[in-house]
Design a protein around this ligand. Structure first.
Ligand code: PRX
Length: 656
C-alpha cells in the first residue's frame, strides 16, 4: 500500500486485456477501432470534432468555423449558438428518456430522491426564473456553495440556462476561501443551503456565507438563495436572504434556454497553483459540452441501462464534468451521494451500489486506499454484482490499490479506466477505452482520440521511451481552459511558457511529469511543481504558506508534502516565529486551526515544525527539496552545496 514511486511503477508489467464479453458489447471494441478514431482525429482534428458536434449535440445555430486558434487562445465552433442545459435536459424530453431517472440522490442520513428528466427540467426552469427575479442576467456570475444535494446540480444548470456563469466553491472550503473566490468572480448571487451532512456532523454552510459576506471585497453579492437541507436554525438577512422553497412556490416552470454563443463563459472553477492566489479556470460552452459528452460516452462505454455513479463532489471539476454535464448530456442516470464513509457506516458506498444497482463506479485512489484499510468485509458483505466498469481519477494509482480494486470491487470482471486530466483540461486527456484498451495497473494508457499528448524535455523534444519528462498536449481540444479569469498573463505564463513554443508548435503544460513505456503507455508520475495532492485534492503549498504567514506569530513558513498511506500526501509546515512568540504545542494547534479557517479542513497541516531558520540558497530561495526529505524522515539527498548556511540543516535535522 505504499505510494506509487517511480520504482514501483517501473516494475509493473502486468497487462489486463478487456474481458471478451465486455468488448463484444462495447461502443469501441478493440484497439483497431480506437486507432481508427485516433488517426482520423490526428489527420483532421477539425473535421473529427465538427462531425461529433453535429451528430452528438443540438445547436440553435451552426458554427461558421470549427476552430480559431490564436495560440494560446482557442475558440471552438465560432458563432455557433447552443445551450448546455438544453442538451442536458430539453432534448431528452421528446424521447422515452423523459421519464427516465436523471438524478438518483441518496442523502447521508438515508433519505433519498429520484428526479426524472422531466422533473429535473422543471426544477431547473423554476430556479432559473428565481435567479432572474433576483436580478441575475446573462453574463453575471453566481457563486454556488452547497452540500451534495440535487439542488447543487439544479443551480448549475439554472445558471447555464439563463447564461449566467457559475462558480462552484467546494462546501469544505472556509468562509475566507469562499470570500476570496466570490470576490474574484464578483458574484452577484450566492446559492447555498442552511447546512449539509458530512461524516455524521452538520456543516454550517449558511453561517460561512454570512461570515464571508460580512467582510470587504464581496459587495457585488446582493442576494443569497438558501436551500433548506438540515433544518438547523440559520440567520436570514432581510432583503438579502431568501428561502428557495418560498420563491419556488410562486414561480413559473417555463423558462426557455438562452441561446448562448459557443464561446460564452459557462463557468469559473478555482484551482490551486504555485502562487498564493487560486486561479479561476475559465470554461466556455460549446466545446466543453461536446468534449464532456463524448468522453463520458466512450470512456464509460455508456449504455442506456447504466446506473452511473461518480463519488466526487460537485465542488470539483470531476463533479462538473462527470456527475452533471457529461452524464446528463448523454441522457444517463447519474447517482449523487451526500455521504462519505464515516464511523457510523464505513460500508456506505457499497450500500449505495447495492441499493441502486450501480453499473459504473468512478472514484479516487485515495478512497480506494481508505477502503483497503477499512477491510474487505465491507464490500464483501454487499452484492456488487451489478458493477460492470470501474474508474479512477485524481492521482496516480499505485498498482497494489489497482489490483485490490480489480479483485475485491470489480470481481475480476470489470475493466478499470484510469483517467488522467485536470480542472484545466475540462475532460479526460489520457484514458483507456474499456472495451478496447488492455490496461496496465498504474497507467492511464493512451490519449483520447483528438488529444495529441507527448512527454518532452524543456526544449519540447520528445524524450526516449521509459525516460521521465513533462507531460504536454500539442493540439488544442474543445474543452481546454480558455484563460485564467481576469488574468490572461497568468494563463500564458502558467500553462504555455514553461516549455517555450518552437516552430509554431505550442505546448500546453500544467505541471505533471510522466514517462511512456516501450508499448507507448503513459505513466503519470505526479506534479513537478509546488502543488501537493492531499486525498486527491490539489493544494498549492504557497497558498498554505500565505495562510500561515497571515497569523501574527509567523515570520516565515514553508510547506511541503509528506507521503501518506491513505491520503497520498499530507501537509507538513516548517515555521519560523516572530521574536516574541515561543514554539509550543498549543501554538502549533492554533496555527493548524488558522489554516483551517483561512482555507478549509483539507489544508490542515498534519505536522508543524518550528525552526529558527529555513534552508535557503544564496539567492534566498527556500530549498523545499531538503524540507521534503526531512518531513518524510529521509536522509537529505542530492546536492546541498548551494545552501547559504549549512548549519541550518543540522539544526533542522535535530529538531524536525
Ligand atoms: O497531478 C495530476 C493529478 O491531478 C491533477 C489535476 O488535479 P485537479 O485539477 O484537481 O483535477 C483532479 C480531477 C481531474 C493532475 O495535474 N491527476 C488527475 N488524474 C490523475 C492524476 N495523476 C495521475 N493519474 C491520474 N489518473
Amino acid at each position: 500500500m505504499s505510494q506509487p514511486t517511480i520504482e514501483s511503477i517501473l516494475h509493473e508489467n502486468r497487462t489486463f486485456p478487456p474481458p471478451v464479453e465486455f468488448s463484444q458489447n462495447a461502443r469501441i471494441k478493440n484497439l483497431d477501432e480506437y486507432g481508427h478514431f485516433y488517426d482520423k482525429a490526428k489527420a483532421d482534428p477539425q473535421g473529427f470534432w465538427a462531425e461529433l458536434a453535429e451528430t452528438e449535440l443540438e445547436w440553435f445555430q451552426k458554427w461558421d468555423q470549427v476552430l480559431d486558434w490564436q495560440p494560446p487562445y482557442a475558440k471552438w465552433f465560432v458563432n455557433g449558438k447552443i445551450n448546455i442545459s438544453h442538451n442536458c435536459l430539453d432534448r431528452h424530453l421528446t424521447t422515452w428518456r423523459k421519464n427516465k431517472a436523471a438524478i438518483i440522490w441518496e442523502g447521508e442520513p438515508g433519505d433519498s430522491r429520484t428526479l426524472t428528466y422531466a422533473q429535473l427540467h422543471r426544477e431547473v426552469c423554476q430556479m432559473a426564473n428565481v435567479f432572474k427575479q433576483l436580478g441575475v442576467q446573462k453574463g453575471d456570475r453566481v457563486g454556488i456553495y452547497m452540500p451534495m444535494i440535487p439542488e447543487a446540480a439544479i443551480a448549475m444548470l439554472a445558471c447555464a440556462r439563463i447564461g449566467a456563469a457559475h462558480s462552484v466553491i467546494f462546501g469544505g472550503f472556509s468562509a475566507e476561501a469562499l470570500r476570496t473566490r466570490l470576490g474574484d468572480a464578483q458574484a452577484k448571487l450566492v446559492v447555498t443551503a442552511d447546512g449539509g451532512f458530512r461524516k455524521d456532523k452538520v456543516v454550517p454552510l449558511k453561517a460561512a456565507v454570512d461570515e464571508a459576506l460580512a467582510h470587504n471585497g464581496v459587495e457585488s453579492v446582493n442576494n443569497v438563495l438558501v436551500v433548506q437541507r438540515t433544518k438547523e436554525k440559520v440567520h436570514m438577512e432581510p432583503g438579502r436572504d431568501h428561502w428557495w422553497h418560498d420563491l419556488q412556490a410562486g414561480v413559473s416552470a417555463d423558462c426557455p434556454p438562452e441561446p448562448m454563443d459557443s464561446e460564452d463563459l459557462l463557468f469559473i472553477l478555482y484551482t490551486s497553483g504555485t502562487t498564493g492566489k487560486p486561479k479561476g479556470v475559465v470554461h466556455t460552452t460549446g466545446g466543453y459540452n461536446l468534449y464532456t459528452h463524448i468522453t463520458t460516452k466512450w470512456t464509460f462505454d455508456l449504455q442506456d441501462t447504466d446506473v452511473y455513479w461518480c463519488t466526487a463532489d460537485v465542488g470539483w471539476i470531476t463533479g462538473h464534468s462527470y456527475i452533471v454535464y457529461g452524464p446528463l448530456s448523454n441522457g444517463a442516470t447519474t447517482v449523487m451521494y451526500e455521504g462519505v464513509p464515516r464511523p457510523s457506516n464505513l460500508g456506505c458506498f457499497w450500500d449505495v451500489v447495492e441499493k441502486y444497482g450501480v453499473t459504473i463506479f468512478y472514484t479516487a485512489p485515495t478512497a480506494i486506499r481508505a477502503f483497503i484499510k477499512m477491510g474487505e468485509h465491507h464490500p464483501n458483505r454487499r452484492n456488487l454484482s451489478s458493477l460492470r466498469l470501474l474508474g479512477t481519477v485524481g492521482e496516480p494509482i499505485n498498482p497494489e490499490a489497482w489490483m485490490w480494486y480489480h479483485k475485491v470491487i470489480g470481481g475480476e470482471r470489470c475493466p478499470i479506466v484510469d483517467t488522467w486530466w485536470q480542472t484545466e483540461t475540462g475532460g479526460f486527456m489520457l484514458t483507456p477505452l474499456p472495451g478496447a484498451t488492455p490496461t496496465k495497473p498504474g497507467s492511464a494508457t493512451f490519449p483520447f482520440p483528438g488529444i495529441l499528448a507527448d512527454v518532452v524535455d524543456l526544449d519540447g523534444n520528445p524524450v526516449p521511451a521509459n525516460e521521465g519528462g513533462y507531460l504536454v498536449i500539442k493540439h488544442p481540444w474543445p474543452s481546454m481552459m480558455r484563460t485564467v479569469y481576469g488574468d490572461d498573463a497568468r494563463f500564458r505564463r502558467t500553462y504555455w511558457e514553461h516549455i517555450a513554443p518552437k516552430d509554431g508548435q505550442y505546448f500546453y503544460f500544467a505541471g505533471d511529469g510522466a514517462r511512456r513505456d516501450q508499448d507507448g503507455y503513459f505513466w503519470v508520475m505526479g506534479r513537478v511543481d509546488d502543488v501537493i495532492s492531499v486525498s486527491g485534492h490539489r493544494l498549492g503549498t504557497m497558498e498554505i504558506e500565505s495562510a500561515l504567514v497571515s497569523h501574527p506569530a509567523v515570520a516565515e513558513a514553508a510547506v511541503v508534502g509528506k507521503p501518506d498511506e491513505v491520503k497520498g500526501e499530507d501537509v507538513v509546515a516548517f515555521v519560523t516565529l516572530e521574536g516574541e512568540y515561543d514554539p509550543n504545542d498549543s501554538l502549533a494547534q492554533e496555527l493548524k486551526d488558522h489554516v483551517v479557517k483561512e482555507i478549509g479542513a483539507i489544508a490542515r497541516p498534519g505536522d508543524i515544525h518550528f525552526t529558527d531558520a529555513m534552508p535557503k540558497t544564496r539567492s534566498g530561495k527556500i530549498m523545499r527539496r531538503l524540507l521534503r526529505n526531512l518531513a518524510a524522515g529521509q536522509e537529505v539527498a542530492g546536492d546541498t552545496s548551494t545552501l547559504e548556511d549549512r548549519s541550518v540543516l543540522d539544526k533542522l535535522r535535530g529538531g524536525a
